[in-house]
Design a binder for this molecule. Structure first.
Ligand code: AKG
Length: 208
């Protein structure tokens, strides 16, 4: 974490509920997953890359997204990576929703939000590809209480339990806000894969 600000922090969460594993995916895994995600997006939206200005609930800007439960001819290889690098880090009985592919344009961003609580369970795991971004996580009842993390290509990050339910997360639209340890992190097009478990599929016997 680059920054942890503690004024008047509510003590109803555990920082253990945010985990980041830098360089978790090899370069070839990153390249492969990026190609697979691009293929999926192309199939969904056509060859031309046109970003949506904003989301129906006004949270995401400059983006395209889709969900993927099948990966065509490379299904086995994709699944092998998902199992080895994502699913294996969680209890075996976890029921995963289809992977969510999010493509953010260079000028895109995500406003502070908590993922819909009726849509998915207590795990949100993100695979970061293609470029770095700074994410801010803020307590829902006290936005002065926050921390920021650097999401570099190849990392896996996990929000679970208290961080998933009590903290908003955001990726600022504004380039100037992408500061990490005093350094400006250049914004560029970024693709992420999000893994969520099913609603009411709540486990607390963590492997990590
Ligand atoms: C969301 O889909 O709710 C996100 O906040 C995506 C975060 C990311 O791209 O890592």
């Amino acid at each position: 974490y680059s920054h942890i600000s503690l004024p008047g922090s509510p003590i109803d969460f555990s920082l253990d509920d945010f985990i980041i594993l830098p360089k978790h995916f090899t370069h070839s895994e990153q390249e492969f997953l990026l190609n697979q995600s691009s293929k999926k997006l192309k199939r969904e939206f056509g060859k031309q890359v046109v970003y949506q200005e904003d989301h129906f609930d006004g949270v995401i800007f400059g983006y395209r997204e889709c969900h993927a439960s099948h990966w065509g001819e490379d299904e086995d290889k994709v699944m092998e990576i998902f199992h080895k690098k994502v699913y294996n880090l969680f209890p075996e009985i976890t029921n995963w929703l289809p992977a969510h592919i999010l493509d953010l344009s260079e000028s895109g961003g995500i406003q502070a939000h908590i993922d819909h609580v009726e849509y998915s369970g207590n795990i949100v795991a993100g695979v970061c590809l293609s470029s770095s971004a700074v994410m801010f996580l803020r307590h829902q009842d006290n936005s002065q209480f926050y921390f920021s993390v650097l999401l570099e290509p190849g990392c896996l990050y996990i929000q679970r339990d208290t961080i998933r339910y009590k903290f908003t997360h955001e990726i600022p639209v504004d380039q100037a806000e992408h500061m990490f340890k005093g350094e400006l992190i250049p914004k560029a097009r970024r693709i992420s894969l999000l893994f969520r478990n099913e609603y009411e599929d709540v486990h607390d016997e963590w492997v990590l």
